[in-house]
Write a protein that binds this ligand. Sequence first.
Ligand code: GLU
Length: 912
Amino acid sequence: MFNFNLLALILCCTFVKIWTYHPMYTGTNQVRVGALFESQHEAISLAFQNAVTEVHVESNSVPAIIYDMEILTPDKSFQAQNKLCLQMKRRNGIAAVFGRASETSQSHMKLLCDTTQIPFIETSWKARDSRATFAINLYPVNEELSKAFADIVKYWDWKIFTVIYEDGNGLIRLQKVLEIPGGDEYKMTIREFEAPQHNSDKALENLLADMKEKKEYRIIIDCHVTRIPKFLEKADSMGMLSGYYHFHFTSLDFTQIHLEPYMYKGANITSMRLIDPSNPALKSLTSDWTTKEIIYGKSPMLGSKFIGTESALMYDAVHIFAHALRNLSRARPVSTESLNCHKREKWSNGTSLLNYMKTSTYHGLSGEIKFEDGQRQGFRLGITSLSVHGLTEIGSWNTNTGINITSFSVIQKIFDDRERLRNTTLRVVTVYDPPYVMNLSEPNEHGRMHEGFIIDLLDELSYILGFNYTIYEQVDRQYGSEITPGKWNGMIGDLMSRDNTKKADIAAAGLSITYARARVVDFSMPFLSLGITIIYKKPVISPPDLFSFLLPLSPDVWIYMVAAYLCVSFMMFIIARFTPYEWENPHPCNSESEEVENVFTILNCLWFAIGSLMQQGSDIAPKASSTRCVASIWYLFTLIIVSSYTANLAAFLTKSRMDAPIKNADDLSLQSEIKYGTLSSGSTRDFFKNAEMPVYKRMNAFMTANGDKVFVKSNAEGFKKVKASQNYAFLSESTSIDYQVQRNCDLMQIGDLLDSKGYGLASPKDSPWIKYISKEIVNLQQQQVISKLYKKWWVEKSNTVCEDDNADDQQTSALGVGNLGGVFLVLAGGSIFALFVAILEFLWKAGRTARKQNASFLTEVKNGLYFIFVECTSSRNMGDENSSVDECEVNKNSLQKTPKITNGNFCKDAAD
Ligand code: GLU
């Protein structure tokens, strides 16, 4: 079937070709321009020719633009100058010069244009050239461009970074980046990317190897776009395109690089671009030129998928020129004239034409174009980043607002990283240690060579996040300590050294999160909480103690009890003396008897108190309120003490008590018979090394002094050492100790936790994965998956059930003053109260007797006291040694002192 579309396309393109490749097109009103391009800038020259044709076809513009094309030999400035002179002189001369040549040739041409006042239109990067006044450049002005590069470095907050430049121009382009470091926290390394003629693969390899060795992960590279593919290829082969690296290329043509092989590598690869591929005009031009290339084999695309920056700028330059020419020709007729450049002849319309160009604002393929002083200002750069979807625009930069990263791009980045993780095989470093990771001699039921808590956790994470992983054991089987400043061993060392042989993406083991480690690697959220504690062999059962009946009460309590017994007995004696109601007529049948007696002698008091304490009672019974008060309080005291003693004694006698010689870290630190130690390189060792508390300092000094004898290479060795003898205690982490204690009934944990920390997965600093792993760990914790795994590996997998003798231990500790102090206080209070009551009774009686006898109250009190403390004591019936009462002959003793038988009445009344 005949394809009309194809026919139309061919006709159209043939038509365009006629215009394009007829540089000497002549019309009635024509303006000729000079076009001088060096051979290596073919794409730009083709863009120029296409643009001229297009301008003519599009606007049928009057005056028409025709051009004299000259292809220059690179770096031949004299040739360039001569050819330009010829163009100026030929026929009617030229109205402008479009050129792209090497730096010196272009400078010569510009100077010539300055002299003849013919505008020179250029589209390539230049450090500001103040001498050329008749030049106009569409390429962004260097100061602005350099500022854009510096802004992006500041936006990413790079404090330590590397600048790679190719030549002196590169350093000028990066001038503002070089000015960034403004303090100690900055470290900038400047490296030269040797010029291509010197560059062998080896030089590039050395450059990259050195950067890798020195851990330079943030790199800004200024080199020609043609050198970037080699750079990326080498970096990739050296494993430098992993997620830890960020490369920013300053080339505005980065879009032209074939980046597919690096999309999933993980490295941050960014750049900026002036030409926005989503611009509709650019899109249609690209497809136009691509079609042309297919049909004629040649177009400004030159095989690339994207239009080069300079080609697009040349295209825009032709349009701006046409625009200005049209405007000028509307104002006055524009004609060119033949000029002799050696005679310094000038073109009269040059200044006006240049001014029209400089003052116009134009929207072209490179966005809005405006000039200041002949330099392009106020442009927009798109910021691009390589993602799994190719090079995507994540934001923009412009002169006024600076960097603007769109939120979409952030979301896109997160999505990209997760996407990348899904396709990644992570290398996991571990240390075999049950129950975290165990290496099996033959595959388990799932065909796996490893199992354990950590393996299950990794399986959960890999299922959710979609990554695969391979496991290897750290060569030294160490967790990681800082051996010399900045140099770490063990798993931490493996994470830090990103060299290919021991490169690990994740460290997964019972790895503690510590501050020092968190400074050099990234940790996930903790998945287990733990602390340092002591594991020790359970002591053998001690032989029964002859005096174990004393154990239920602490020695303090025993001493206080004896003291209380003596005090109460004495108190009873005093109170019984005071109170008149304890003085009795010993001959109840003879109410006239002058004798009174008090049963509470000091010995009786002691007997009464001991009798009630032993719960045997005595024949002596208090009668007065005060003595009864003391007696009640004492009964209460004995009740509590005896019941507490009995209860505790039962527990003591039934227990097969084991006496641990150490009960906590303090005990351990105060003795030297039992040796103790830690893992030789790990967080527990570091804890003691850095400890400030005197106990831990003391322990560290002990361990350091005993060195090899107490430190072990692995937890397993430590536990074995503990099992072997009663003379070694191992300081390790509660989770590992818990696992051992559940399986070895002869081991026990001693004391509380000395610190508190967590286990986490670790990754090299700035790893792109750890945040996703962290998030999922929190999720697994919330869903109680981690606690189920803990139960599985710690409890369910254990076939041993040990008797819990911890509970016994708690019940059988001796009762101390802390437990029973209250009852002593009650006893003291009660006794004082009783004394107070006794005094009241005494005073009450003295008052009553005084009233009866018509004597004064004070005299009665005095006589009463005399009777109690002097007469009754001195007149005790000493003849009867065994008498258990104090007896007084009232009238005889009293009459000697006072004519009234006051005392006698006092006692007698009381006896009544
Ligand atoms: N979990 C420790 C670490 O990460 C190892 C065991 C220990 O030091 O007790 O270093």
